[in-house]
Design a protein around this ligand. Structure first.
Ligand code: CA2
Length: 144
């Protein structure tokens, strides 16, 4: 199966600051961890990160007909973006929302997720392990 992993704004800064909230894993290490897990579990994976909302929308649209699942951490756009929500709904590819931190226990504005409305599951507060857990969920769903 083919999975697209999308990370939104500032996730390229992982491990550089705020390790108490986001952990010590760098973005490069996260990419390597996901790639390694994909190889081990026989999943074809592509990874994408952007700080720009429109680019994230374009990437989701491009996934139409090409991927069997999407793992998405939209970063701060989680809490604001109807455009990303609509793109996920438009392509109708099973998507799992991942957050490294426990967003539901943080500021009120982080407790709102538009993207969640188009996702089959949400994983929060499991650190970077949330990404591989999301891949497992999508595989289970794909294999039935
Ligand atoms: O917990 C998550 O995964 C978030 O999606 C991360 C976003 C945040 O805006 C969401 O509310 C929750 C932030 C991305 C990383 O931001 C950094 C900030 C400082 C240092 C390193 C990364």
């Amino acid at each position: 199966m083919k999975i697209l992993v999308i990370n939104g704004p500032n996730l390229n800064m992982l491990g550089i600051r705020e390790p108490d909230i986001y952990g010590k894993t760098t973005y490069a290490a996260l990419v390597a961890l996901i790639e390694e897990y994909a190889q081990k579990t026989n999943i074809e994976v592509e990874q994408y990160q952007s700080n720009h909302e429109g680019d994230l929308v374009d990437k989701i649209q491009d996934a139409y007909g090409k991927f069997d699942g999407i793992v998405i951490n939209p970063g701060a756009y989680t809490h604001t973006s109807v455009a990303i929500l609509d793109a996920l709904k438009a392509v109708a590819i099973p998507a799992v929302e991942v957050h490294i931190s426990e967003v539901d226990k943080r500021e009120k504005f982080r407790q709102i997720s538009y993207v969640r409305l188009a996702c089959v599951a949400t994983i929060t507060g499991h650190g970077v392990d949330g990404y591989t857990e999301a891949m497992d969920l999508l595989r289970e769903k794909y294999e039935g």
